[in-house]
Write a protein that binds this ligand. Structure first.
Ligand code: CP3
Length: 343
């Protein structure tokens, strides 16, 4: 099937498809026994990310089991700081660790060749996926947004991570802006290479956008995202781009209009009726089921699913969760969700 005929791509280009395409953030992961086995075999999370055969297999697992309309490349947002020369490792059961940057510290000059050489296994996995996926399944590439990457790079870990970056932003604004702008260039270049290799849409994850007050939100989330969108579009004008400035409430509207993304992924705190009115006239909406329903299931799952479908199916819409599926999720609840959406 041609890329433009795939259900996900049609929805991201603004079509109201009736039955929406569906995929779930973190659809590959620890709630699947086959993923836990694969990670064991790979001997660690980063080995999964940097070994194309493992990354392809991890991406394929949820597609085989559930037949989602889209797959998302198996990798992590932190491979970008890693490729920029920062130390990155994953503590089992705790999450990512980096060597923290000091306030004012500058990254060395950008070495595009070394950056892309480090990320070559990712591009190879994307290529492998285009020949492994079912004909109708769209392939989504992704990257972390500059702000969210900077929060991990400043704090070195996934706890209280926004405090270190917010402190840096106000005590040494020029060096912080330089870090953000460097990350924006690196992310744009990374996404272009993923699309070159076969990604059919891309998503920019700004998981900590909610920690930014309005002026900072504009400077460190909206402007860098706009720069990434413009740079990627110049190379690949037809590839749809999704943004996920998680937790920003009514600012989803200005983000959508000002960055030029094709669509926004919504967290579960946004009312779908508001999104239909304020967002759908300007772009595609993706989301936004409470991820806990994948753990608890039952009538509450069906009720909230129906409310989202009723509010958003009349416009361009992609069904997803409000954030990633958690390790406690029950695969049977994913099946129940798909039955409800597809009828
Ligand atoms: O299936 C998919 O969604 C594709 C793969 C994917 C992963 N991480 C795999 C992963 C994607 C798109 C991401 C994005 C990511 N990574 C984000 C943005 C989205 C979000 O969740 O807000 C962020 C902030 C990260 C950084 C990160 N990676 C954290 C904070 C953690 C620890 C939390 C956790 O769930 O353990 C990770 C680890 C991680 N990334 C795992 C997976 C499958 C678990 C690793 C393991 O197997 O132990």
């Amino acid at each position: 099937m041609k890329t433009e005929d795939k259900l996900l791509i049609r929805a991201l280009k603004g079509e109201a498809t009736g039955v929406p395409p569906v995929w779930l953030m973190r659809q590959a992961g620890r709630y699947l026994p086959e993923y836990r086995e694969l990670r064991e075999q790979a001997g660690g999370f980063l080995n999964l990310c940097y070994t194309p055969d493992f990354a392809v297999e991890a991406t394929m697992q949820p597609i085989r089991r559930f037949g989602f309309d889209a797959s998302i490349l198996f990798s992590d947002i932190l491979v970008v700081p890693h490729a920029l020369g920062r130390d990155v490792w994953f503590e089992q059961g705790e999450g990512p660790r980096l060597n923290p940057m000091a306030v004012g510290e500058a990254l060395p000059a950008f070495d595009a060749e070394a950056f892309h050489a480090h990320l070559a296994p990712v591009y190879e996995a994307v290529k492998g996926l285009r020949s492994s996926l079912p004909a109708e399944t769209a392939l989504i590439g992704f990257a972390g947004a500059p702000w969210t990457l900077a929060t991990y790079m400043a704090a070195g870990r996934g706890k209280d991570e926004q405090a270190a970056a917010r402190q840096w932003m106000f005590t040494s604004p020029d060096s912080f802006a330089a870090l953000i702008d460097r990350l924006a260039d690196a992310v744009a270049s990374y996404l272009i290479r993923q699309i070159d290799a076969g990604a059919e849409a891309v998503q920019i994850f700004d998981s900590w956008a909610s920690a930014l007050a309005p002026n900072a939100f504009d400077r460190y989330c909206v402007q860098p995202t706009k720069h990434i969108v413009e740079t990627v579009r110049a190379a690949h004008p037809d590839t749809p781009i999704l943004g996920f400035p998680r937790g920003v409430g009514s600012s989803y509207a200005s983000f959508l209009k000002e960055t030029g993304v094709n669509g926004v992924s919504l967290d579960q705190n946004v009312a779908p009726e508001w999104a239909a009115e304020a967002l759908q006239p300007h772009g595609t909406v993706q989301g936004n089921l409470e991820p806990m329903h994948m753990v608890t299931g039952g009538d509450a799952l069906l009720r909230d699913t129906d409310r989202i479908l009723a509010a958003l199916s009349g416009g361009p819409f992609v069904f997803n969760l409000g954030h990633g599926i958690t390790p406690q999720a029950d695969p049977a609840n994913v099946e129940a969700l798909l039955r409800r959406i597809r009828g």
